[in-house]
Design a protein around this ligand. Structure first.
Ligand code: G6Q
Length: 536
């Protein structure tokens, strides 16, 4: 499929023109009930409220034209159907298919990428059997006891998504079960996680697509040594998720091995075995399947070319409006949901690693803005911290609020006529209006300029199904923005560079300088820095 330059689209020119005088949200009562009702899309259990964006009908129509001209949905379909889109024309690149969506397309007789879905189903069946064997006592510890805890060891894409979703859905934990995560090569991370668990009833799930990531292999060795030190046999306690044929793909070292495939990028791998093993162990296989169902339903909705019935596309294009036409450098994703406390961190990776690119898929440098900086923390906590800058700072930060009408747990209290849940949601809605409308005051220090764009994504309740939908919504949004910008959202040369540099520096440290007897552990920090500088 021929990819044109982003700035060559007719709609780009029109939007550039429209961006010179976008709607002023502070004038009169422009953000009124009619506007709020008008700029609302309800889909897959979510209401997306975007009246507080600086858009109008004409801008939306041109954003639709831009999506059509860039053939965003056609590219999305090509991705789902297994075209090798992870490449840079004319240059050495990963040159792979991109098929994370196939992992959840397991509910239809004819999926979009039948072979990849068949493979995913087989892995799921293997996992289901493994979990049943844990339940029935086929796999037990040295004393014949069942396992109740899983420690996932992995980093980046092999950590952030599974960890964020586990925290989000912790209230679905099977009785007595728990999952912990170790990512950092800082040994203190390992020490802290292992400090207060019963190693005897713990399974360690080592997750690495490449099977060669320094941090993960180091942490695996450290955890193994702790198990051995406690007189436990790692062969009974360690399982692995890795790429087929990777250096870690050695069944003699693990009680069980699950596979993921080169067509699933690390940051898009939560719905593959990378997330499946720990999530299904903790939450139960059926809940994990519900998560897949929610994600798949969102993927199916993302096939519509009409933005008004495709939340993934609509949110992608509104993001492009803010980034390329209103010129905003960052986006704050602010979940008003404590269980989503690590979801922004996951999105930060997914978005910034995917669209933090300066080269188009045709190998040319881009001369338009690509991915923004993504950051954020849960509300209302953030209101007592960085919202000052969001309201009155010199940088305008578009805000994406995420919230739910109902609690996850039953606990709540009514104080002064409102429940805690009502206070939470009311705060979120009030903030979104305040950013948009501002507040006039003759005292300049108390004046709020407004016109700060944002939107609200409101779901009924955080469940495995809605979590799957939310995850897929953002994954699709990110991929669609990449399609529109004409970049490859599926490679990560910047991350690779870090891995190569770390490996080379450590090699140098071990060898020390030619002829030197000095051991790595004796090399000073200053010396390490000098060596790093030489490598660069
Ligand atoms: C994700 C990235 C990166 C990767 C980690 C871990 O898209 O490529 O975050 O997931 O570096 O890699 P492994 O799974 O290969 O250990």
């Amino acid at each position: 499929m021929e990819i044109k330059r982003f700035t060559s689209y007719k709609a780009y020119e029109k939007l550039s023109h429209l961006s010179q005088s976008p709607i002023d949200l502070t004038v009169g009562d422009v953000v009124n009930a009619d506007r709020i009702e008008k700029y609302k899309v309800s889909q897959n259990g979510f209401d997306y409220l975007f009246a507080t964006q600086r858009i109008d009908d004409q801008i939306l129509a041109e954003l639709q034209n831009l999506a059509d001209e860039a053939r965003v949905v056609e590219q999305f379909m090509a991705m789902k159907q297994g075209e090798s889109i992870n490449c840079i024309e004319g240059w050495e690149s990963e040159n792979r298919q991109v098929l994370h969506t196939a992992c959840r397309d397991i509910f239809r007789a004819i999926p979009s990428a039948p072979e990849a879905t068949e493979t995913a189903k087989k892995e799921l069946n293997t996992l289901e059997r493994f979990l049943a064997d844990l339940d029935s006592g086929v796999f037990v510890n040295e004393k014949g006891e069942k396992f109740d805890t899983m420690v996932q060891v992995g980093i980046g894409g092999s950590d952030l998504g599974p960890r964020a979703l586990y925290l989000a859905l912790k209230n679905y934990l099977l009785e007595g079960r728990e999952v912990r995560f170790i990512a950092n090569v800082d040994p203190d991370d390992v020490a802290e996680v292992l400090a207060d668990i019963n190693l005897e009833t713990t399974l360690v799930n080592v997750v690495s697509k490449s099977g060669s990531t320094l941090e993960t292999l180091t942490n695996e060795s450290l955890v193994r040594s702790v198990f051995q030190g406690a007189g436990l046999d790692p062969a009974l306690h360690f399982i692995a998720v890795t790429g087929e044929g990777s250096p870690m793909d050695d069944s003699s070292r693990y009680l069980a091995t699950f596979h993921m495939y080169d067509y699933i990028g690390g940051r898009y791998s939560v719905t593959s075995m990378v997330g499946a093993v720990s999530l299904a162990f903790g939450l139960g296989f059926d809940n994990f399947k519900e998560l897949l169902r929610g994600a798949n339903d969102m993927d199916l909705a993302a096939e519509s070319r009409d933005m008004q019935s495709n939340l993934s596309l609509l949110t992608a294009m509104i993001g492009i409006w803010n980034r390329n036409f209103l010129g905003h450098e960052t986006v704050a994703v602010l979940p008003y949901s404590q269980p989503l406390s690590r979801f922004t961190a996951h999105l930060q990776q997914c978005d910034m690693e995917s669209n933090g690119k300066s080269v188009g898929r045709n190998g040319d440098l881009v001369d338009w803005k690509t991915g923004p900086i993504i950051w954020g923390e849960p509300g209302t906590n953030g209101q007592h911290a960085f919202y000052q800058l969001l309201h009155q700072g010199t940088t305008v930060v578009p805000v994406e609020f995420i919230g739910f009408r109902s609690n996850v747990y039953d606990l709540d209290i009514n104080i002064n006529g409102t429940t805690s849940r009502q206070k939470l949601v009311a705060n979120m809605l009030a903030q979104s209006l305040a950013f948009a409308i501002g507040k006039k005051d003759s005292n300049p220090n108390k004046n709020f300029g407004g016109n700060r764009p944002g939107s609200v994504l409101l779901g009924e309740r955080l469940t495995p199904y809605s979590m799957g939908g939310l995850l897929a919504l953002y994954e699709n949004k990110i991929a669609m923005q990449g399609f529109c910008w004409g970049v490859n959202s599926f490679d990560q040369e910047g991350v690779q560079l870090g891995k190569v540099l770390a490996g080379r520096l450590l090699d140098l440290m071990v060898k020390a300088e030619e002829g030197s007897e000095c051991m790595a552990s004796e090399i000073s920090l200053e010396e390490s820095l000098l060596r790093a500088a030489k490598i660069l």
